[in-house]
Design a protein around this ligand. Structure first.
Ligand SMILES: Nc1ncnc2c1ncn2[C@@H]1O[C@H](COP(=O)(O)OP(=O)(O)OP(=O)(O)O)[C@@H](O)[C@H]1O
Ligand SMILES: [Mg+2]
Length: 511
């Protein structure tokens, strides 16, 4: 490394005490004014071309003038403190602790990263490593064209603040989790991520329960689809349990068996009921409400159902299913899931049960099409994800979302789960999201993110409840994000499309 650049970046000296230096930990006395925050990367040379990289975990200010004894004396005697400030003091100083995370060898300007093996020496100078080392150690990319540039490092050293957090674009195949309390900046970060994914031309679907992503969709020349108006889900995409849930008036055992048998017959054999092996269209298994009614009428007598029983099942099936206008003909996903295309499924105003059916069936249809290679790979953003993959209850969507996350990597199905309630979301699903953006969170929810904090230190996690809007900790598995990083999410490139702002309720009532 250039000697000059190192000297400019010296921020302290390694001290010797009961825990430092060791193979794992180094503590250093900071130079006046060179202060850092948890997560900042620092370096210490161990030979001419090798240095260790550490990450700040905690700090301590030493000031003997403010010991409780001295403060008591001053209080009792009514005198004001009178001692030189930190810049001139011979005693006051700040001490930082860093955990050693990597060893870096430099050869002709190229940095190679290894697990740490050497120990720093006390008295060594601590410096801020060059930008290239910081990006390499974190597992970030330098080429902004081929990465997802979501913001900058949110740490205190001026040099680091300029470092773009450009994540490998491949991370989307391993799914993303965005969690944190309301108003912390989750949806905003999701939109920034979407802007970046859009640049990489992967088709995007927003499952939008709040009309939050529709403005961005339009700004990116995409399409907003309203279920039941310009987009439908196939009856055949429901499971039999979902079908029965949609028709609550069918509960009698014979009625349930008749409906289920008709439904499964169609699922296995298509509208004609002919077994799948003998039909060869790609739409085998597709059918509509009329096919279901006809099949109920056809198989009713075989099941010893009396004509009035068949009529009742037919009547109730028709009555309930025709109320759900989002059930209908097959939607042509091939036409919209084209490279560079964005689709917003605008479900604002839909009840929770309908949302569940729409999302579950949509995912089922998309996964099937994708497995058959009939549509392009895609990324689906699911906000309020705790409603769809809840922790302790079952939901129509839970299994299909879990499956999408599990098989997604192999099939090019990428899922972004967003929740304001990490406590209530299925832990299995979020653990399989290998990149995570953890925003400000209520202290009582901190426990729920332990499983996804990766190597974020307790100090970093502990500071999360106070994280400013728009900053988060980015964590991942070693092949996505090497080390947990505090990140300041960048501004949207389409700020006019940020629909997340809360309305000004006071101006609305004339205050
Ligand atoms: N990185 C950022 N840069 C600039 N402004 C931001 C940023 N993040 C958030 N904001 C502002 O904060 C507002 C609230 O953020 P956002 O809608 O993302 O919160 P949220 O975490 O999704 O909340 P909720 O859980 O209630 O949906 C945004 O509309 C935007 O005005
Ligand atoms: Mg939101």
């Amino acid at each position: 490394m250039r000697e000059g650049s190192k000297t400019e970046n010296i921020i302290g000296t390694v001290v010797s005490d009961d825990v430092s230096p060791s193979f794992e930990i180094l503590r250093f006395k900071a130079k006046h004014g060179k202060y850092v925050t948890p997560g900042t990367l620092v370096a210490v040379s161990v030979s001419d071309n090798t240095f260790l990289v550490g990450r700040i975990t905690s700090s301590h200010e030493y000031n003997p003038h403010e010991s409780s004894d001295r403060v008591t004396v001053r209080d009792t005697m009514g005198i004001k403190p009178d001692y030189p400030g930190e810049d001139l003091s011979l005693t006051i100083h700040r001490r930082y602790q860093a955990e050693i995370i990597d060893e870096v060898k430099e050869l002709n300007g190229v940095y190679e990263i290894y697990p740490p093996e050497k120990m720093p020496r006390s008295g060594s100078e601590v410096f801020v490593p060059p930008q290239k080392v910081i990006t390499d150690v974190m597992g970030l990319e330098v080429d902004l064209e081929k990465s997802l540039n979501i913001g900058t490092l949110a740490v205190s050293i001026a040099e680091e603040e300029k470092i773009p957090v450009a994540i490998k674009r491949e991370i989307i195949q391993r799914h993303v989790f965005i969690g944190g309390t309301t108003g912390g900046g989750k949806s905003y970060a999701a939109k920034v991520l979407a802007e970046e994914i859009h640049k990489q031309k992967i088709p995007i679907i927003f499952f939008d329960t709040q009309y939050e992503f529709a403005p961005l969709t339009e700004a990116l020349d995409g399409t907003v689809l309203v279920p039941g108006r310009d987009y439908w889900i196939k009856l055949s995409s429901l499971t039999e349990t979902e079908l029965l849930d949609l028709i609550p008036a069918i509960t009698h055992e014979l009625h349930v068996s008749l409906l289920t048998k008709a439904f499964l017959t169609l699922k296995e054999g298509g509208p004609t009921g002919i077994p799948q092996t003998t039909i060869s269209t790609t739409n085998k298994g597709d059918f509509d409400l009329n096919d279901l009614i006809e099949t109920i009428e056809r198989i009713g007598p075989d099941m010893a159902a009396k004509p009035n029983t068949v009529d009742m099942v037919v009547g109730r099936t028709r009555y309930y299913l025709s109320r759900y206008d989002f059930l209908g003909q097959e939607f042509n996903w091939q036409d919209v899931l084209k490279p560079n295309y964005v689709v917003d499924i605008n479900c604002k105003g839909f009840g929770r049960q309908s949302l569940q059916f729409i999302l579950a069936s949509t995912l089922r249809e998309l996964n099937e099409l994708r497995k058959r290679g009939e549509i392009k790979p895609y990324v689906i953003f699911i906000d309020e994800a705790h409603l769809f993959v809840p922790q302790d209850e079952s939901s129509p969507c839970k299994q299909i979302i879990r499956e999408s996350v599990r098989i997604g990597r192999h099939h090019g199905i990428c899922v972004v789960l967003i929740t304001q309630s990490p406590m209530d979301i299925d832990k299995k699903a979020i653990r399989q999201c290998n990149t995570r953006l953890l925003f400000a969170i209520e202290p009582d929810q901190l426990q729920s993110i332990q499983g996804v904090k990766a190597d974020a230190t307790q100090e970093m996690i502990g500071r999360l409840p106070k994280a400013p809007v728009g900053t988060c900790i980015l964590t991942g598995t070693y092949d996505t994000i090497k080390h947990a990083i505090p990140v300041k999410i960048r501004r949207m490139e389409h700020p006019e499309a940020d629909a997340g702002k809360a309305p000004d309720i006071f101006s609305e009532v004339g205050v």
